[in-house]
Ligand binder design. Structure first.
Ligand SMILES: [Fe+2]
Length: 490
């Protein structure tokens, strides 16, 4: 499928067969915040930018103009023409960066379940509906503070190992700290560079460059480690109880961020060979968990994403998987597999030999380490992180595309990424501030996670566990009032 055709049918995947960047252009990656971080401004900007494409699609649907080819005829009108199969299933060999034999073995049962869900006109529904008080969940200060504490003392995702390859450093902002990451002969390191003495401009949330230009003197090292090509950092070791700051305890935490089954799958994707190509922040006036919630089910595609994902994805069909903590079986990480429109053709039996590359048709969307949405694509990785800000009603989201190779044409990377931002800025994130305001104004407000939202049900049990972990940490490190202070009042 050409880039133009991919753009026409929308979706997350924006990389085509672009030429590779030369050494000078490579230094300009990743492209940081090519668009505004203000949600309202971004919404206006993207509505304007996407208007011609939407108008064109609308005209096809209304029969005012002919569909340009059999692919568009199927996607927008549901009609199957003679060239459809050839156009919908172009050669798509798996990327060299992944262990595709392993990926295929792990994802074939998922693929079969997805196809069966389509054929049976159903979706994964393992849980009963889950009712929660929305005000307590999204607006309560005590819950928020407990969650923040837990996020500070657990390993969270910083970047992929590809971001610090070839003697480059990568600095990002995690839990309000500037965290500088690099690799030397002894391994991977994370430093707290919030004061900015290492060199990079700390006024920006992100920085990158050559390790040789850094001055690491006096910087405090933060616990970090690599799992499956992903760099993980514990940002606030100073908030750990002494017994939890011991090496053995930290190792135990790191080993269990992903369970063994998930480690096998994430390793197979070859994530560590990717590095960020483009990153965009969007500030959202809503609770951080609500932004994570937007990646939780596929029935909303039909209405909320009526002009983006509805036509190019299979609506209200998903395969849900959970990856519980190996130690106690408690909620951990989870995955929602989404299907591109080609999954419907595969379920119809239009390609008897089956797909060449499963990842060209399914998107295994993970929520990892509490605040990171992550999914492998045929030629890269998409990542969205959601960071709590100063109160329960504010968060900062970052959206990033990563790739094993850096395209020569940066403008095309930015414009392609704009198509992804349409989904968030003009649809998903756009409605969150209104939801937050409703929940804030109504203490009795309840929210229900339905049968076809298993990822949300699972995740909100995980978030409840997170808050409880935070409360335990706060009790462990609570200072007893000093006797001197008490004495002075007597
Ligand atoms: Fe959505």
């Amino acid at each position: 499928m050409s880039i133009q055709e991919r753009a026409l049918v929308g979706g997350y995947n924006t990389f085509g067969n672009q030429g590779e960047a030369n050494a000078d252009v490579k230094k300009k990656y990743p492209i940081i915040n090519p668009y505004t971080t203000d949600l309202n401004e971004l919404n206006m900007l993207r509505l304007k930018a996407s208007a011609p494409r939407k108008k064109f699609i609308e005209a096809i649907k209304k029969g005012q103009i002919e569909a340009p080819n059999d692919l568009a005829r199927y996607v927008f009108l549901g009609e199957k023409g003679p060239n459809l199969t050839k156009m919908a299933f172009p050669p798509s060999p798996p990327a060299d960066s992944m262990d595709y034999k392993e990926v295929k073995e792990l994802l074939t049962p998922v693929y079969n379940r997805f196809i069966k869900n389509i054929q049976d006109e159903t979706t994964d529904m393992p849980y009963e509906p889950y009712l929660k008080n929305a005000h307590d969940t999204y607006c309560d200060q005590e819950v928020f503070e407990a969650e923040v504490r837990a996020l500070q003392v657990n390993y969270l995702i910083a970047c992929c190992t590809g971001d610090v390859a070839d003697n480059r450093f990568f600095q990002t902002t995690m839990n309000h700290k500037k965290v500088l990451l690099l690799k030397d002969s002894k391994g991977y390191h994370a430093y707290n560079n919030t004061v900015g003495t290492a060199g990079p401009d700390v006024s920006n949330w992100y920085a990158a460059g050559d390790v040789q230009d850094l001055n690491l003197e006096g910087l405090k090292e933060l616990p970090c480690g690599v799992k499956c090509g992903i760099l993980l950092v514990l940002t606030h070791p100073e908030n750990l109880a002494p017994e939890d700051a011991m090496e053995e305890s930290l190792n135990n935490k790191l080993e269990n961020v992903f369970n063994k089954k998930l480690q096998r799958e994430l390793s197979a994707y070859g994530i560590g060979k990717n590095r960020a190509t483009v990153m965009q922040q969007i500030a959202v006036d809503a609770n951080w968990k609500m932004a994570v919630d937007t990646f939780g089910e596929s029935y909303h595609f039909e209405k909320l994403h009526a002009t983006t994902l509805k036509d190019s994805f299979v609506c209200n069909r998903l395969v849900y998987r959970s990856f519980d903590d190996d130690r106690d079986g408690s909620p951990g990480n989870s995955s929602m597999v989404l299907g591109r429109f080609t999954m419907q053709l595969l379920a119809d039996g239009d390609l008897p030999e089956g797909p060449e590359n499963l990842l060209s048709h399914m998107i295994p969307t993970f929520v990892l380490a509490y605040n990171t949405v992550f999914f492998p694509q045929p030629n890269g990785v998409f990542m969205s992180q959601i960071w709590p800000m100063d109160g329960p009603g504010k968060c900062m989201t970052t959206l990033a595309n990563m790739s094993t190779r850096l395209p020569a044409d940066q403008e095309r990377v930015v414009s392609g990424f704009g198509g992804i931002l349409d989904i968030f800025a003009t649809e998903d994130f756009k409605i969150l501030p209104q939801m937050q305001a409703n929940f804030q104004a109504n203490k009795h407000a309840e929210t229900i996670f339905g049968r076809h939202e298993p990822c949300l049900t699972y995740r909100h049990k995980l978030f409840a566990k997170l808050a409880e972990l935070g409360r335990i940490e706060m009790r462990k490190t609570a200072k007893t009032p000093k006797k001197v202070a008490i004495a002075s009042r007597l």
